[in-house]
Design a binder for this molecule. Structure first.
Ligand code: GCU
Length: 668
């Protein structure tokens, strides 16, 4: 059986013999000009891939000489072939009867090799290969929320992959497979540890372990980064303070960065969660986020690394609107951050909810490079039990129009730097990987890792295209099954939203982020209760964020406000994000609020049965072990969807005092 370990890198022999023959004709040899660890990786991967797909060992040579009918891997820093590329971009051309993969850098050649292999895996003709590809974003990275004790915060695929207690002496073969998977989708960085960072990672002992991992990842074009604990000077260095303006503290970081680069010469940089959810930070010393970030920026000055400072902050103020917090704390510092800093912003203003409006920070800090943080691990999307293909969620945010420089100022253009001329561009995904044999727990959640990498490379790809690729490379090439599974994936996120948090509801839970607890109203922090978010009462439901309420809407450009400010015209998926709506209010759907909500809850839960039926249909086309695994998860998902639906409906009914609409009343 297929246990999912190989992800989308299956190089099974292409079954169509004539297709195989036609590919083989243009792949008589591989000529690699030059040699380097990354180029060797590219050559090896190509040989391995072709051996599997074509069933033949293709010889690899140093130069093509006068031979034709082969593949050339060529790095050339300058010249006509590469002048329209960025460093990691590549060009694939057929020239003098050879297929050439050309780039300014070794890494670009590696990405070109994976693009070629993808074409073969998809059984697509070679002449339709895109000839030029450039990554739209420079830093494309995973953020692991892995702790040194092997647990993963919000991880649902087993323990951490990093065997800290075995490193640096023992190198698990899984590290290399992880590197291959990432390189194949263009990911070039990885933050190894949790943003709630243990200072331990910065000790000499651990830096040796980090260096060992960096050695494995380097030949795949991947750099390592670390999350740092802002109080490290105190905790590790024994200083009295971690005040960013204190000379000794600054010296401590200076020395630490120097030590890191002596151990890991191409270290990627730091990721910092500061003054957020109890983590230490510059505000502990009455300093600002800019003071904190700029201290690290200075320590990093003569080194290649970057300082990624997270904007995920909010205070425990019962009268405040958490929605507004990050904007209020960060926008005033626009232009105040040092030249190595990137501010990393979650896609929405709250916290990775099933559907959020885009964060109002995007577009509002034109002088500060802003990076995107998406969450691949399904903290709020049903863990590893519910099927949620996230590409539509990512795209919804990336395609949203901020209007800050007129119509068409999409979030994607903020992130790729084209709108404000950022050079340091970043897209980060909170990883959904763990030590589970199939990497992601839910076998179909591999698609989220895949989709993230592909979109970080090129955000103009569609959710459909990416789903199609992933299915054909990972599950099956049987056309009807591909169509069915694609349809399942594309609908899955809306199905989840419908039974879990429809119409702009959010965060209906307490601690575990799984069980429905919309009634939860007790916590040391008001913004850690569920009732804070949905505001149900006898009149209606939803959070008034218009001018008569918290006025969070004012953080958006007037054109964006126009779309959401009027409850009459606000699109229903966002309605309760911005309005407190009476239960009996007639909506554009023709139903009143209560009936509309019930329709979402009930059709959402019912749609899980549709997922089950579709999955049953594809059984002959999919590996039996994997099929059974997903079928089991879908059964649980259905049970839980009903649980969600009933919890919400029964709870809200206490306020709405209305019957469940007739179509949904029939006994189940
Ligand atoms: C969420 C999540 C935390 C995480 C935090 C963050 O609140 O539940 O586990 O630490 O986000 O992104 O920093």
């Amino acid at each position: 059986g297929d246990d999912g370990y190989q992800l989308w890198l299956k190089y099974d022999r292409i079954s169509n013999a004539s297709l195989r023959t036609s590919y083989t004709r243009s792949m008589q040899f591989i000529a690699t000009e030059g040699s380097s660890p990354i180029l060797n990786t590219a050559t090896d991967e190509l040989r391995q891939g072709l051996k599997g797909l074509l069933g033949q060992s293709i010889p690899s040579v140093k130069a093509s000489g006068n031979r034709t009918g082969g593949i050339l891997l060529r790095v050339t820093p300058m010249g006509a072939d590469v002048k329209d590329l960025t460093p990691e971009g590549y060009r694939i051309v057929k020239r003098q009867d050879n297929l050439q993969i050309i780039s300014q850098t070794d890494a670009g050649v590696l990405y070109g090799v994976f693009a070629l292999l993808r074409q073969l895996q998809m059984n697509r003709p070679l002449d339709s290969l895109a000839v030029v590809s450039r990554p739209k974003v420079k830093f494309r990275m995973l953020n692991h929320w892995d702790n040194p004790n092997a647990t993963i915060e919000r991880g649902y695929a087993g323990e951490s992959m990093w065997k800290w207690y075995e490193l640096p002496e023992t190198i698990s073969p899984r590290y290399r497979d992880y590197a291959r998977a990432n390189a194949s989708i263009g990911i070039n960085g990885t933050v190894l540890n949790n943003v709630n960072a243990s200072p331990r990672l910065l000790t000499g002992e651990y830096l040796k372990k980090v260096a060992a991992l960096a050695d494995v990842l380097r030949p795949y074009g991947i750099k390592v980064y670390l999350s740092v604990n802002f109080a490290a000077p105190k905790i590790l260095g024994g200083l009295k303070t971690s005040d960013p303006l204190d000379p000794q503290v600054r010296q401590w970081w200076f020395n630490k960065v120097k030590e890191i680069y002596q151990t890991i010469p191409d270290f990627g940089g730091f990721l910092v969660k500061a003054n957020s959810e109890g983590e230490p930070g510059p505000q502990d010393y009455d300093r600002t986020h800019a003071d904190g970030a700029n201290m690290l920026d200075e320590a990093m000055k003569t080194y290649p690394g970057v300082v990624i400072w997270r904007a995920f902050v909010y205070k425990a103020d019962p009268n405040a609107d958490r929605f507004k917090a990050a904007f209020e704390e960060f926008v005033p510092f626009d232009g105040k951050f040092g030249s190595k800093v990137i501010v990393q912003v979650k896609n929405g203003p709250i916290d990775f909810q099933p559907r959020e409006p885009f964060s109002p920070i995007f577009g509002r800090m034109p002088r500060t490079p802003l990076g995107m943080e998406f969450q691949l691990t399904q903290e709020y999307l049903g863990f590893a039990t519910h099927l949620v293909y996230e590409a539509p969620l990512f795209k919804e945010c990336l395609d949203a129009d901020t209007y800050v420089s007129g119509k068409g100022s999409t979030v994607a253009k903020v992130i790729d730097g084209s709108l404000h001329g950022y050079e340091r561009t970043l897209m980060a995904g909170v990883a959904n990987t763990g030590s589970d044999r199939n990497w992601t727990g839910h076998p179909l959640a591999q698609a989220n890792w895949y989709a993230f990498g592909r979109l970080a490379w090129d955000h103009s790809l569609t959710s459909e295209q990416i789903a199609e690729e992933w299915i054909r490379m990972s599950l099956t090439r049987e056309p009807k099954a591909v169509r069915r599974i694609r349809h399942m994936l594309l609908r899955s996120r809306d199905i989840y939203v419908n039974y879990n948090a429809p119409m702009g509801l959010s965060r209906p839970w307490a601690g575990v982020h799984f069980a429905p607890e919309p009634w939860q109203n007790k916590s040391p922090r008001p913004d850690w209760t569920a009732v804070y978010y949905h505001r149900a009462d006898s009149i209606g439901l939803g959070f008034n964020r218009t001018a008569t309420g918290s006025n969070a809407l004012s953080q958006y450009h007037p054109e964006v406000q126009k779309g959401w400010a009027d409850a009459e015209t606000c699109p229903l998926p966002y309605l309760l994000w911005f309005h407190h709506v009476p239960w009996d209010k007639p909506l554009s759907s023709g139903r009143n609020l209560w009936d509309e909500l019930c329709t979402h809850f009930y059709t959402g839960a019912d749609s899980v049965q549709w997922l089950q039926r579709e999955w049953a249909q594809v059984k002959p086309a999919v590996d039996p072990v994997l099929h059974a695994d997903v079928a089991g998860r879908l059964r649980t998902q259905y049970e839980e969807a009903i649980w969600w639906r009933d919890a919400w409906v029964l709870y809200l009914q206490e306020y709405a005092q209305r019957p469940i609409p007739a179509p949904f009343q029939k006994p189940k």
